[in-house]
Design a protein around this ligand. Sequence first.
Ligand code: MTE
Ligand code: MO
Length: 203
Amino acid sequence: MVATRGFTGRVRATERDPRLPPGQYDAGDSWPVLSAEVTPKLSAADWTLRIDGLVAEPRTWGWDEAHALPRAEYAGDIHCVTSWSKFGVRFAGVSLDDLLAAVRPAPSATHVVAYSHTGYTTNLPLADITGGRAWIVWEHDGEPLAPEHGGPARLIVPHLYFWKSAKWIAGLRLLDHDEPGFWEENGYHHRGNPWQEQRYAHD
Ligand SMILES: Nc1nc2c(c(=O)[nH]1)N[C@H]1C(S)=C(S)[C@@H](COP(=O)(O)O)O[C@H]1N2
Ligand SMILES: [Mo]
């Protein structure tokens, strides 16, 4: 038999999952692909990552050099501005902290532009990619990251809306000012904090 709460109040099943930021829904097992470009044909052997701009020692890593850094993992949630969220996603790669330590950011550096091998760009405050909150990843759920999801390697900054997590990552340029990227030029918020619903420029 089915118990009913009668006329006493709302059915509790409608309570929101506390992992869900405002205005988002749980995509469940599906993982939508959102790409402004065609998935590039980019092999691991051709993949490089460069960090330059306001740093003491600009540097480019190849696939093997990047893999020689300490392995780092993220297991948690991701939030796309188109309103899907996905819980408990597992990625592995390296921490941005380790990459930045190698190039030594100048004290004047405040922001970065992340750019992809395809030309996609997105801007981030330097503070959002330090302190164990950003990674370059090449594994999802223990498997090589699929090309449509940014493989061979992508940036992830999961505490911000996922458009900040540039797929097919090619590099980061450190700047002393904020410089909008592709979606930010097109009206999206410069920071994109999902908990504050920073979707569009003036949110
Ligand atoms: N190079 C590149 N990176 C990108 C995008 C893109 O179009 N091109 N889309 C962004 C957006 S809007 C989201 S939600 C995520 C989507 O990643 P996914 O396709 O693996 O879900 O990638 C982000 N990174
Ligand atoms: Mo997105």
